[in-house]
Design a protein around this ligand. Structure first.
Ligand SMILES: NC(=O)C1=CN([C@@H]2O[C@H](COP(=O)(O)OP(=O)(O)OC[C@H]3O[C@@H](n4cnc5c(N)ncnc54)[C@H](OP(=O)(O)O)[C@@H]3O)[C@@H](O)[C@H]2O)C=CC1
Ligand SMILES: O=C(O)[C@@H]1CCC=N1
Length: 264
């Protein structure tokens, strides 16, 4: 049994992804304090929404999908209720395995994971790191669970704040670009639907080409950039406006925020 603690946006993305890839509703519990939201999830996915203590008692794996700011209070509440073999997976930005271990009594196996919302459509990207009491089998188990909603990589925990800034927050950067491109098309007279179709298929085609292991973004961009053509004119403007620096600074700001979140 898996229990998802926190039925917000990411909790729902994981829940939907797990159910879409073969988990049965009776294998998953949800704990969500907002009763309206709990009822919505129960109705939408036919899963049981139960109190925290019941999730802790019944589930072999707990996925903590609550805000980092709520984590210490939840861990302190959870601590006495965990079974000796319970695996605790936290997906909270910035929350370290040592903080999880400090607030859970005994030698609890913990995994720090950073997924992203495309888990909702089984195209997520998750990175995982194990804690001090987490064995190979438990990390394998966490990986296989999260693989149900997309790709999984194992990383040293020192990279987790960077992962959070790149792939955790990353979908938002692409939505930001998509929104900007669609609005540019609309400003130039296209319908929003037609512009969205152009942008969506372009992002997905570009991602497919980049997905080839031998592909490099610079080479792919050169192939689009005809001499004296439209792409060269566009890229010159992006460089003039410092978009490359803006992205680098944005990703550094996200990593810094992830670090701050571990400090409470
Ligand atoms: N959104 C994303 O793309 C990603 C988010 N994450 C991480 O996932 C976590 C959740 O983020 P997100 O889904 O965006 O946030 P949400 O605010 O949408 O979800 C958090 C949910 O947890 C509920 N909650 C609060 N306290 C408890 C509690 N004690 N027990 C059970 N549930 C509780 C909240 O209820 P209420 O609103 O009533 O307080 C809310 O429904 C965060 O730690 C975030 O860092 C990780 C990767 C990507
Ligand atoms: O914005 C956040 O804090 C969370 C973590 C990664 C994506 N969303």
């Amino acid at each position: 049994m898996i229990a998802i603690i926190g039925g917000g946006k990411m909790g729902e993305a994981l829940l939907a992804g797990l159910l879409a890839t073969g988990y049965e509703p009776n294998q998953v519990l949800v704990t969500e304090p907002d009763s309206e939201r709990a009822a919505e999830l129960r109705e939408r996915y036919q899963v049981a929404a139960v109190p925290l203590a019941e999730s802790a008692r019944r589930a072999a794996t707990l996925v903590l999908a609550i805000k980092p700011q709520d984590m210490v209070e939840l861990l302190d509440e959870l601590s006495g209720d965990l079974g000796s073999d319970t695996l605790v997976i936290s997906i909270a930005a910035g929350i370290t395995t040592s903080l999880l271990e400090k607030h859970l009594s005994g030698e609890v196996a913990v995994v720090r994971a950073m997924p992203n919302t495309p888990a909702l459509v089984s195209r997520g990207m998750t990175a995982v790191s194990g804690g001090a009491h987490t064995g190979e089998a438990q990390l394998d188990h966490a990986e296989s669970l999260l693989r149900a909603v997309g790709d999984v990589v194992r990383v040293p925990e020192r990279h987790m704040d960077t992962v959070t800034a790149i792939s955790g927050s990353g979908p938002a950067y692409f939505y930001f670009i998509a929104e900007t491109m669609i609005e540019a098309g609309v400003a130039m007279g296209m319908t929003r639907d037609a512009a969205k179709k152009l942008v969506t298929q372009t992002i997905s085609g570009a991602a497919a080409m980049l997905g080839d292991a031998a592909a490099h973004p610079v080479v792919l961009r050169e192939a689009v950039t005809s001499p004296g053509g439209t792409t060269a004119a566009a890229v010159r403007e992006l460089e003039r406006h410092g978009v490359r620096t803006a992205f680098t600074d944005a990703i550094e700001a996200a990593r810094e925020r992830s670090r701050q979140l571990s400090e409470g």
